[in-house]
Design a protein around this ligand. Structure first.
Ligand code: 13P
Ligand code: SF4
Length: 331
C-alpha cells in the first residue's frame, strides 16, 4: 500500500513538473514568435496569471486603449475581451489586432445591441450620449463620448449642467455617477455579470471576521457594495491605491485576476477576494469571457495570424470620434 501511494505521489509530482515545464516552454515560444512578428502583447488585469506573465503591458481598459494607440508594433495581440481589441483597432487602424478567442465577449457589451440602442437614443435627442467603453464598435459609432471606469466622473462633470445625459450600458456605474455628480442621467439597463455576482451576506460575515480590512471596489458593483467601499476605482486605480495605502488587509470587489498584480506589487499585504454568491474553486468572482483566452490560444493566434479583429470602414470612421473625444477630455 505504502509503495503504491509513493508511486502515485511520484507520478503526480512528475506530472506537475511536466506541465510546469510545458508552460515554461510555451511562454518561451510566445516570446520568440512575438519578437519575430514585431508584435506586442497587451493584457487586461483579468487575464489568467500565465498570460499576464508574457504581456508587454498589463492595464485597465483606458491604459490599454492608450497603449494600443501609441504602439509602433506591427501586430497587437490583445489578451482581453472583444470590445477592448476593437477599441485598439479603431485607435490604431493600420495595425493588425489579434484576439486569441473571438468568443471573449462581455455581458455589458452584449446587453446593448446597436439597433436597440439607436432606437432608444432617437427618443432622447437633447441628451449627450456618454457610452462606457464596454460596448460594441457599432454602439460607440452611435455615441457622443466614450468613457472608462477611470475617467467617467471627469467626463460627466465636463458636460454643461443644463444638458441631460444618456449613459449606457452599465446601470450601476451610471447610478454611481448620478450620486457622485448629482446630474440628470438616463440609464441603459445593463450590468456586468461578474461585478453583480458578489454575496452581500457573505461580505458582511467577511467584514465581521476582518474588521480592519479596507473594502476596495470596482464601480460596476451594485450600490450596496459601493456605499460601504473605502475606495472605488478602475482596475489600475485599485491596484495603485492598495500599494500606496497605509493599511495591511484589503477585501477586493472585482474580478479575481487583479489580485496577481496587487500581490506582486505589495507582497507584504493581504488581499482577500470579495466572496461570490455561488460557491466555486476560488470563492471569488471570475469573468468567464476573459478566461476563454489561454496561453495556448495566445501562441496559436500569433502562429496563424488569426483571429484578426475586423471592423467596417464606416463604423471605424464614426467610432474613432467619441474615442478621441474621451482621450482629449481625460488629460
Ligand atoms: P477597467 O476599466 O477597470 O479595466 O474595467 C473594465 C472591465 O471590463 C471591468 O469589468
Ligand atoms: Fe464584461 Fe464584466 Fe467581464 Fe468586465 S468583468 S469584461 S464588464 S463581463
Amino acid at each position: 500500500m505504502k509503495n503504491r501511494l509513493s508511486d502515485q505521489m511520484n507520478s503526480n509530482a512528475s506530472h506537475v513538473a511536466t506541465s510546469q515545464c510545458s508552460v515554461a516552454k510555451l511562454k518561451e515560444d510566445i516570446r520568440k514568435i512575438k519578437r519575430q512578428l514585431n508584435a506586442t502583447i497587451l493584457a487586461h488585469y483579468y487575464q489568467e496569471s500565465d498570460i499576464q506573465d508574457v504581456a508587454d503591458f498589463v492595464g485597465d481598459s483606458y491604459g490599454l486603449a492608450l497603449t494600443a494607440q501609441e504602439t509602433d508594433a506591427e501586430i497587437i495581440v490583445f489578451a482581453g475581451v472583444k470590445f477592448m481589441a476593437e477599441t485598439a483597432k479603431i485607435l490604431n487602424p493600420s495595425t493588425t489586432v489579434l484576439l486569441p478567442d473571438m468568443q471573449a465577449g462581455c455581458s455589458l457589451s452584449e446587453s446593448c445591441p446597436a439597433e436597440e440602442y439607436a432606437q432608444f437614443r432617437a427618443t432622447l435627442h437633447d441628451h449627450v450620449a456618454i457610452t462606457y467603453i464596454n460596448s460594441s464598435a457599432e454602439v460607440k459609432a452611435l455615441s457622443d463620448i466614450i468613457c472608462t471606469s477611470s475617467n467617467a466622473e471627469k467626463i460627466v462633470r465636463s458636460i454643461p449642467t443644463d444638458v441631460p445625459i444618456l449613459f449606457a450600458p452599465d446601470k450601476h456605474l451610471g447610478e454611481y455617477l448620478r450620486k457622485r455628480t448629482g446630474r440628470k442621467i438616463t440609464l441603459w439597463e445593463g450590468e456586468c455579470v461578474v461585478h453583480t455576482a458578489f454575496s452581500a451576506e457573505k461580505l458582511y460575515a467577511l467584514r465581521n471576521r476582518y474588521p480592519d480590512a479596507k473594502l476596495v471596489a470596482h464601480p460596476e458593483c451594485e450600490s450596496y457594495m459601493l456605499d460601504q467601499a473605502d475606495f472605488i476605482g478602475s482596475a489600475t486605480a485599485m491596484t495603485e491605491y492598495v500599494q500606496k495605502a497605509p493599511f495591511k488587509i484589503f477585501i477586493i470587489a472585482t474580478e479575481e485576476g487583479v489580485l496577481k498584480q496587487m500581490r506582486l506589487r505589495s507582497p507584504d499585504k493581504i488581499f482577500i477576494p470579495a466572496p461570490a454568491a455561488e460557491d466555486n474553486e476560488c470563492a471569488c468572482s471570475v469573468c468567464d469571457y476573459m478566461k476563454v483566452n489561454t496561453l495556448q490560444k495566445l501562441y496559436d493566434c500569433m502562429l496563424n495570424r488569426a483571429p484578426e479583429v475586423e471592423i467596417s470602414e464606416s463604423i471605424m470612421r464614426r467610432a474613432i470620434i467619441p474615442l478621441q473625444r474621451m482621450i482629449r477630455m481625460s488629460v
